[in-house]
Design a protein around this ligand. Structure first.
Ligand code: GLA
Length: 687
């Protein structure tokens, strides 16, 4: 170890330098232990997965045909768009499927209500991923060749840029319908863009804002065409930001009348207009919610208007029902492995050993496959010094410290990341994570990555440099002229992993003399604290941008008032960016504007260097997750990661997943029923 300051102090013989005596020089991060993903994707081009075309004839389950025969539903050909989205058989791992059966999910979240566009959560775990369809799609990109890497079309069938790159023209699929039979048109996209994204009083669940779309100006051309006009040419990141969970329009025919601009009472009533007991809320997704028993289950039945088919003309989905048992995230792992549930993203490392042991038994009902190391956690100091989250005097003092690099270095030096990872699970899974772009991903560059390794003496020296000393001798540093500095660390309490990491951080900070108090918040309370800046420090499971860079790129830096996770604008819309943050913003904007792959690589090297040198977020640990799916399901693509461009619930393309007839388990709660009218009690039968 080179103790630079110590050497300098010796040479100069200056005793005042003793304060700095023990600071270890930063280095590059250690290499991650080798961990091979199980199952490689079969790489293809986007056009190998699906296309849009008319087929000579279409099929549906016999029990759905009974609705048509009873005069309760138009014939399938009339329910489908002119040119439906057609999945290609050659890309289906097990080929054309059969109808029937159910996928039994278990989730830890709870549905709040169905106004996703005004910020209501559906409870995660794949409910919203299945209910809101978006203009483009990115989940399946894990299997797309690097040379063809662009978002997949979805509700947007195609798009083109004007010659000057300042106008993007988007063509929607023509003649697709909502699950209640109403047409899907630019009335829906216009409402989403102008009255959700463009209305500062409305915050959609995943936080899309005008800068998410490079402040493009929206205009309708006709029922199926709209344009976005930009000030800078070719902001191609907008196409990625049209995927889940951003440009996923809601049914304007239900939402618009509740919006205050169009006669709705007020913004709060708008948000709460479709509570969790409102059934049959119209969807463009493959299934529609027909039952919700609080703390028990949410049941979805097939959408008779779904606009995707297989090459044989079978209307999708193959699975007639989706269930979401309302339990805990840990129970999702337990049930998937036991075979009483069908699916889990094994992501809480504490459960790995047990799950692996059970899944290794040849008689295990579930298949478990590890993917790349894409689950990672960081500790984020709140970087706003001008009032985001309305801090009191004590928190404001902590904000000032958070904005001081010496203080952030103290935190990093104080973290034994190896031990943090091993406190979750021993073995080759976890690796120390310095923060920034993940090792093993395409934009990662080790030589650009700066790592302040564990060293208690360095941590203490940095605290002192930041002006913090233990003036009352009780083992914890004091605020200058005051009592103990006491940092509140917010963590998500629905996951054992988050809590364990937070407890580890509290203990390690204690060892360097920094008092940290845990505030563990559940579900929506955690989300609210995170999004409104009501925290000193927060622990977050990172998003897709630090894995893929191209997806959700605007989240990489505070390029707008609300895009960055730990630094948003205050109530007056002002962002007080630090100099290095301005550099990050500039770099990300250049990345978005560049179409030159070599330049984009270099820009991300610079980004990574600035991010990790300045500890914009303080990485903790990163590890691989495993996908667990019951063995009866067919068409699960090889190498589907639990998280990359999106979660596995999107990656595996559930609408084309099926269960062979002899393996179906007859677990449907509402057999032979379809969703009823919006707001009505539940599903309906043909007679
Ligand atoms: C939660 C779960 C993830 C995944 C997502 C889907 O966050 O922890 O594994 O299921 O929901 O939105």
């Amino acid at each position: 170890m080179i103790r630079r300051a110590a050497v300098a102090a010796l040479l100069l013989g200056v005793s005042a330098m003793a304060v700095q005596a023990d600071v270890v020089a930063p280095t590059t991060p250690p290499d991650a232990p080798k961990f091979d993903a199980q199952g490689e994707p079969v790489f293809v081009n986007r056009s190998d997965i699906y296309e849009y075309k008319a087929l000579p004839a279409y099929n549906e389950p016999a029990w759905v045909k009974a609705f048509v025969d009873a005069g309760k539903l138009p014939p399938v050909a009339e329910r489908l768009p002119k040119e439906p989205l057609v999945y290609k058989t050659a890309n289906e791992p097990d080929g054309t499927g059969v109808y029937g059966d159910v996928m039994r999910h278990v989730i830890g979240g709870r549905p709040e209500g169905w106004n996703f566009w005004a910020g209501q959560s559906y409870g995660w775990g794949g409910i919203d991923i299945g209910l809101v369809e978006c203009l483009t799609r990115t989940g399946p990109l894990f299997e797309v060749n690097a040379t063809d890497l662009q978002p997949l079309p979805n509700l947007a069938k195609s798009w083109e840029w004007s010659a000057d790159g300042k106008t993007l023209t988007v063509h929607l699929i023509e003649g697709a319908k909502w699950s209640d039979g109403e047409p899907f048109t630019t009335a829906d996209t216009e409402f989403y863009y102008n009255d959700v994204v463009g209305d500062p009083n409305v915050t959609p669940l995943m936080g899309a804002a005008p800068e998410t779309y490079s402040n493009g100006v929206y205009a309708n051309v006709d029922d199926y065409t709209f344009t976005l006009t930009f000030e800078t040419p070719f902001p191609e990141s907008v196409l990625y930001n049209m995927a889940y969970g951003n440009f996923c329009p809601g049914p304007a025919h239900l939402l618009k009348p509740q919006h205050p601009k169009y006669g709705g009472k007020d913004y709060e009533s708008f948000q709460k207009a479709f509570p969790a007991d409102y059934m049959n809320f119209p969807s463009m997704g493959a299934w529609v919610v027909v039952e919700h028993r609080p703390d028990d289950i949410v049941v979805l039945r097939r959408n008779p208007y779904y606009w995707k088919v297989d090459e044989a003309g079978n209307q999708l989905p193959y699975l007639d029902e989706m269930q979401y048992r309302l339990s805990t995230w840990a129970d999702r792992d337990v049930q998937a492995v036991a075979g009483t549930g069908d699916f889990s993203n094994l992501e809480q490392a504490e459960n790995y050993v047990e799950a692996l042991k059970k899944a290794a038994d040849p008689a295990s009902p579930a298949k478990l496959a590890f993917g790349p190391r894409t689950i990672g956690y960081s500790l984020y100091p709140n970087l706003s010094g001008n009032g985001w989250g309305e801090p009191d005097a004590n928190s404001q003092a902590i904000r000032e410290l958070n904005r001081n690099l010496d203080f952030r270095k103290a935190i990093s030096y104080g973290l034994d990341r190896q031990r943090l990872g091993e406190s979750l699970v021993k073995g080759p899974f976890t690796t120390p994570y310095p923060g920034g772009i993940y090792a093993g991903t395409s934009y990662y560059d080790k030589d650009s990555t700066v790592y302040y390794p564990f060293d208690v003496a360095s941590a203490k020296a940095e605290l002192e440099t930041a002006g913090l000393t233990d003036s009352d001798g009780n083992g914890f540093v004091n605020l200058p002229g005051g009592g103990d500095l006491n940092v509140t660390l917010v963590t998500q309490s629905d996951y054992q992993t988050d809590k364990n990491l937070a407890e580890g951080v509290v203990a390690m900070m204690g060892d360097i003399g920094l008092k940290v108090t845990l505030s563990a918040l559940a579900g929506k309370d955690f989300d609210n604290a995170r999004d409104s800046g009501k925290y000193d420090w927060i622990i977050i499971r990172n998003g897709t941008e630090l894995i893929t860079v191209v997806s959700n790129t605007t989240a990489l830096a505070p390029v707008g008032p609300t895009t960055d996770v730990n630094h948003k604008a205050n109530g007056a819309g002002e962002l007080d960016l630090l100099d290095y943050e301005k550099d990050m913003v500039d770099t990300v904007n250049k990345f978005i504007a560049s179409r030159d792959p070599a330049e984009r690589k270099d820009l991300m090297k610079h980004y990574q260097n600035v991010y990790t040198t300045n500890l914009d977020g303080i990485g903790l640990t990163a590890y691989p997750g495993a996908l667990i799916v019951n063995k009866r399901f067919a068409n699960i693509p090889a190498g589907a990661p639990i998280f990359m461009y999106n979660w596995a619930e999107d990656n595996i393309m559930r609408e084309r997943v099926y269960v062979p007839a002899d393996k179906q388990i007859g677990a449907e709660l509402h057999p032979n029923t379809l969703p009823g009218a919006p707001g009505s009690a539940g599903p309906v039968t043909a007679n």
